[in-house]
Design a protein around this ligand. Sequence first.
Ligand SMILES: [Zn+2]
Length: 340
Amino acid sequence: MRRFIRWSQYTAFALLLCAGHGLQAGVFLLPTSNQAIYEPGGEDRFFVGTTGRTWESGTFGGVRSGGHQFHEGLDIRCLNHDQRGEPADPILASAEGKVAYINRKPSLSNYGTYLILQHRIDGIEVYTVYAHLSEVRGDLQAGSPVKAGEQIGVMGRTANTGEGISKERAHLHYEICLLIHDQFAAWHAKYRRGQRNDHGNWNGQATRGLDPRAILLRQRAEGDRFNLATYIRNQTELCRVQVRDTDFPWLRRYPSLVARNLRAEKEGVAGYEISLNFVGVPYRMMPLTAGELQSRSTVYLVSVNAAERARDRSGKLVTERNGGWELTQAGRDLISLITY
Ligand SMILES: [Zn+2]
């Protein structure tokens, strides 16, 4: 516990960060003392690329394997080392909230030792993920409240991948996510019978990431005008899917992402049209009447934004076949989980 700076110190640090940013509580603070993302040309000092690659490969999106591999967060460069050259940066809660999940067994995940926090910002239930830690603060457990800027762990190099993370590449993997479904374990048990699920409802497939860099820079530019719900509603559409389900948790968890349809309010809702971004974040749900559903099937791909598909090819939700678009297995699985 000696490695954790004292409460008064990290509170002062958090206040300093807030003051420095001109931001109020309720927006995201950077999760380490590395602030170079806000400095012109600071990207090299903020992001850690993959071995032999530029800093861009440490950002969010299809930045790996020639653009075909998705990276769901930011890899934030280490600033502090101990005598052995190990990363020692304090890891700070990005916003006020509570602990959703802690994995203290690094061998169980390519995220190594990690922690997920739950927050409510601008009416949106949002999660932040802190991965590859050397340790999570000992007294924290699921449900523990945390303040913005409070130290929650120490940067490390944990991961269960064969190659590991070198000292030179030491970083925090940081995500901002929405929760697709809170009963992932039950969905997995039904549709993935016999396959391992080491993290219950907190399997990585249960959440979908937003671009933290875009959010951080946008809230920096907009200050008090920044609104997370508005930001999410303005995602670029990859595709739209109609479903015949009328009752699933997303509708209750994210009511501000459900659009209004006066006709459906009058005649009754028979299904929803879901707008997905390239990551698969269902950022808009439009209730539909029976007459507005275009197909008898329970899941129907209405349209694909080919330009967005071409811009980032790491998403694997839709594919072109015989001159038309269809949902891939991953796309069908996502819809299955959303509507479970
Ligand atoms: Zn990463």
